[in-house]
Design a protein around this ligand. Structure first.
Ligand code: SF4
Ligand code: SF4
Length: 328
């Protein structure tokens, strides 16, 4: 992040606004990944899952999205789903309109469909492609977005690859190395980010890393970032996986990102995972990045996190004042 972007983000926080917006632009997805949090009951609160919402398409989606963006005025917008590429015709209109507004847009997809080559020219657009493991495991979990299809569909782009590490991957000590060796050799891959599977509280799933696997994973990622410069994770960020934020209130990522679901109205809380996530086992790469920034010492024992929390309190007070004025 550049200095002027940090200043703009801080300016929004101090006015009681969230600098990032994440929108589930559709409830549809051709994949059926095991452990998908978006389609879990309770994702959108009170037992409601994404499929139960009514989503939009065509003009209604385009207008609704632009209205949302003009209301929240985010510096950074993530478009997720479902899979946003289900609505690629609407994206053909939306992406240039968002670029004109100067917003950084991140489109998260399985790349089950070709990403139009001309999108590579859209400024401030980042494409993030989810790839979960080496080909045998990935293809079994994420067909029809198989390895072969992904490689065809990202041609002409420079994408960020995002992998969610599961317990199964940690059974082979060379697994992450093999994964990075394969994907970082591709010219279409500019960066790789790695998260760890984050369960809901009380969830039992074979994807959940044990405490020992988490320690092993942190040490392996620290080793691998020296071997693969495209692994775009700094050391302090990787170390945060060992002591994730204790609650959503302590999580800078959750506190700075507004998440809206496919009806463009319902909020997803406390973070983009929705439901009741187990922060103590959080593996979200974005949350770890901001936690590391929060723990960074600025001067005289003051951390960036302390400044954030103070600014956030000022923002809440500013909003309360505005509400009082409206009410009086
Ligand atoms: S691609 Fe994403 S939204 Fe679709 S099933 Fe898989 S995890 Fe869920
Ligand atoms: S991103 Fe992780 S730490 Fe933050 S609220 Fe969600 S589960 Fe908790």
């Amino acid at each position: 992040m550049k200095t002027n972007e940090v200043v703009r983000a801080w300016g929004k926080i101090i006015r009681g606004q969230k600098p990032s917006l994440s929108v589930e632009i559709t409830k549809e997805c051709p994949l059926r990944c095991p452990g998908c949090y978006a389609f879990a009951d309770g994702h959108v609160g009170d037992g409601v899952n994404l499929r139960q919402l009514s989503d939009r398409r065509g003009e209604a989606l385009i207008e609704g999205m632009l209205h949302l963006v003009d209301r929240y005025r985010p510096l950074h917008l993530s478009m997720v789903g479902g899979d946003p590429m289900v609505r690629f015709r609407e994206l053909e209109v939306l992406l240039p309109a968002l670029a004109e507004r100067g917003i950084f847009v991140q489109l998260v997809t399985s790349a089950f469909r070709e990403i139009p080559k001309k999108w590579a020219e859209i400024p401030r657009l980042g494409i993030v492609v989810s790839v979960d493991g080496l080909q045998p495991e990935h293809d079994a979990r994420r067909k029809p977005a198989t390895y072969d299809r992904i490689q065809r569909n990202i041609a002409g782009h420079r994408v960020t690859l995002h992998c969610t590490i599961t317990a199964q991957m940690m059974h082979r000590s060379t697994y992450l190395d093999e994964f990075l060796s394969f994907w970082t050799s591709k010219k279409e891959v500019g960066k790789v980010w790695m998260s760890m599977f984050t369960p809901q509280r009380g969830e039992q799933a074979e994807e959940i890393l044990s405490a020992a696997q988490r320690v092993q994973c942190v040490s392996e990622l620290k080793r691998l970032r020296g071997l693969y410069p495209k692994l775009d994770m700094f050391e302090a960020q990787i170390e945060e996986f060992q002591a994730p934020p204790s609650s959503p209130q302590e999580c800078i990522f959750a506190q700075t990102t507004q998440v809206v679901s496919a009806d463009l109205t319902s909020e997803v809380t406390p973070c983009q995972l929705g439901g009741d996530p187990d922060c103590s086992q959080c593996g979200c790469v974005a949350s770890m990045g901001l936690a590391a920034v929060g723990h960074h010492h600025l001067a005289f024992g003051v951390t960036a996190g302390k400044i954030f929390r103070l600014s956030s309190k000022v923002g809440i007070a500013v909003n309360a004042l505005k509400l009082n004025r409206k009410a009086s």
